[in-house]
Ligand binder design. Structure first.
Ligand code: B12
Length: 274
């Protein structure tokens, strides 16, 4: 689903180039709809809650039960089922990526359709966090692979994705300073001046806050600390417009970038990584 006008513009332009005939058809249908005329049934499609669940709920029944506990916002059940998977020898990162994350994804997409509400998102987030905490505990004290600071940029409170990124980085041995949400650029500048940080991860979910990531990258360029940028408001085209930053789509991209940075890979090569 397209949620941001600037990403939508890029996607539409690409779609027009790839499939000009279908683009023209859709354009004509849009004009007809605007005039109040009837269009063919196939021109209208609506994703259902069932389709969303089918897309994300894992096949494995034990993992699916945990995903459902997150969807239901049942914190106790999520903790119990996470522990059960860990006791059965499941890898903590796999539990986060394969069972906890899909749950929050279902609730967020259902919310987008108007079929779920804010309290449901918040309860699902709490249930997911209850599981994430146990996964982190399972990993125990492992030698630090590097130090990453994770934040949601100024003006933005959407921290669910950032929390997942931080959890996955920790699960992969990185020490993470969680700076929270609505974080001021000057606080990050202060941090890189006072501590040795290998990488910053910045998240933005709104078109009104994404420029903040650019300003963050530019403001800490003096320190040489790179910024990995993610979240639904940004894409690789936007992040390519600032120098010491690289775009990542998933939490595992954040791990890939952090590993590349700490292994001394050249920054230019990291920016070209797919
Ligand atoms: C949940 C939600 C909320 C919750 C946030 C709760 C919380 N603690 O986070 C609440 C209800 C509080 C909320 C409030 C608002 N929201 Co809201 N919200 C959403 C919603 C439904 C889901 C976002 C989400 O959590 N997605 C799930 C997570 C897991 O995904 P993610 O954050 O993208 O992260 C993933 C990846 O991007 C990646 N990732 C994330 N960060 C990083 C970083 C790096 C380095 C890497 C590599 C990867 C990476 O990993 C994650 C896991 O896969 C979206 C719509 C949507 N479906 O996206 C709207 C949405 C983001 N909200 C929106 C708006 C407008 C608002 C409000 C302004 C509404 C209002 N009028 O009050 C306020 C904002 C207040 C503020 N100042 O921030 C708009 C933004 C529109 C725009 N174009 O800017 C959206 C898109 C809804 C819409 N369709 O209009 N919201």
């Amino acid at each position: 689903m397209i949620r941001h006008i600037d990403t939508a513009t890029i996607e539409l332009t690409e779609f027009k180039e790839k499939n000009p005939k279908r683009f023209q058809e859709l354009l004509e249908e849009g004009i007809k709809i605007g005039r109040g005329e009837k269009v063919k049934e196939w021109g209208v499609s609506k994703t259902t809650v069932e389709e969303i669940r089918k897309k994300y709920i894992p096949k494995d029944p034990a993992a699916a039960a945990l995903t459902n506990a997150v969807i239901d916002g049942d914190k106790e059940e999520a903790a119990k089922l996470t522990q059960k998977l860990l006791d059965a020898g499941k890898n903590p990162t796999d539990v986060v990526v394969g069972a906890l994350m899909p749950g929050i994804q279902v609730v967020c997409e259902t919310y987008d359709m108007g079929e779920a509400f804010v309290p449901e998102i918040l309860l699902a987030n709490d249930a997911m966090v209850a599981g994430v905490v146990l996964c982190q505990k399972k990993l125990g004290n492992i030698p630090s692979a590097g130090k990453v600071a994770s934040l949601v940029i100024e003006g933005d409170v959407h921290d669910i994705g950032k929390n997942i990124v931080a959890a996955i980085l920790r699960a992969n041995g990185f020490e993470v300073i969680d700076m929270g949400r609505d974080v001021l650029v000057e606080d990050v500048v202060e941090l890189v001046k006072t501590q040795k940080i290998d990488l910053i991860t910045g998240t933005s979910l709104m078109s009104t806050t994404k420029e903040g990531l650019k300003s963050l990258a530019e403001s800490i360029a003096f320190s040489g600390v790179p910024v990995a940028c993610g979240g639904a408001a940004v894409d690789e085209h936007f992040v390519a417009t600032f120098s010491n930053a690289v775009y990542g789509k998933s939490p595992l991209d954040a791990v890939k970038i952090a590993k590349a940075v700490t292994s001394g890979k050249k920054w230019d090569e990291i920016r070209k990584m797919k």
